[in-house]
Design a protein around this ligand. Sequence first.
Ligand SMILES: *[C@@H]1O[C@H](CO)[C@@H](O)[C@H](O)[C@H]1NC(C)=O
Ligand SMILES: *[C@@H]1O[C@H](CO)[C@@H](O)[C@H](O)[C@H]1NC(C)=O
Length: 279
Amino acid sequence: MLTSRPIVLSLATFICLLVLLVVRDGSFLASTPSNDAPRPKQPSDGYRHDVELVVASMKNEDTSWIQKYLPDCLIFIHASRFAWHNDDPDYDALPTLRNFRISHLQEAGYANLRCVWVIGCPAEIRPVEDEGHTNSGVPSTKGVFRQAWHELMMPEEAPLPEVVGVSCCSQFGVTRETIRSRPVEDYVRFRDWLLRTPLEDSLSGRVLEFSWHIIFGKEAVHCPSAQECYCKTFGICNTTCSESACDGRYTLPPSSTLPDGWPRVGWEHEERNFTGPLG
Ligand SMILES: *[C@@H]1O[C@H](CO)[C@@H](O)[C@H](O)[C@H]1NC(C)=O
Ligand SMILES: *[C@@H]1O[C@H](CO)[C@@H](O)[C@H](O)[C@H]1NC(C)=O
């Protein structure tokens, strides 16, 4: 079992680790401007139109251009390439991004980057029943969800769901159209809630982790079968699947910290013969 999940912060995703991948001609190009690196000349309207990847890792990173130039498709993803929650046999985000089907995202409006059900599906939170739940006295996400939902959402527009389920970890694609289907005031309210809530980041982040799919128009329980999800999202259609997992795709690791030397070196210090690109 996972003893300590890393702090999966939607807050970080939203404010600090905002990584926007803009797809142009079906290919990804990376540009991670650092503050002291010389920057290309700004076009006359003050916005860089050539940026395809922005890592807004610092508070002072300028993301104001997003308001003017919101890309067609955005992917929210954590900064580290190898992480226990990446839905890949090597926990590698690279093939996940390479295989990700923009055409599916364009059709679906929102697409989770994780298909396996373990952690999050089919019923992670029952807001009413779970209210006040703690883990040995420490408040849990499901224990605070009901209250948080009332603070985050407009109750008349978004009644409290009976059950919330989505595969974990706040990595997903979303289209501009989906984002714009909400008024900007909603996003301001979410941000202000994050800034003001007395909840620990590990809780407020996870509340959003289990809210993004609802915010972006999906049912509160958004758990497509693993077979359908891998096929539509990643074009992986020929594996044998149960409802919740497909053979050889993802195993919940014994710890949330990958071993030193991963992906070359495994849990027992064995050579894994990783053949993907590195570096
Ligand atoms: C599934 O298809 C891919 C590419 O078409 C191939 O590399 C892989 O071996 C196939 N897997 C199975 C289990 O047939
Ligand atoms: C890696 O390759 C070595 C040498 O060919 C082999 O003995 C070992 O079993 C392989 N390890 C795995 C995990 O496949």
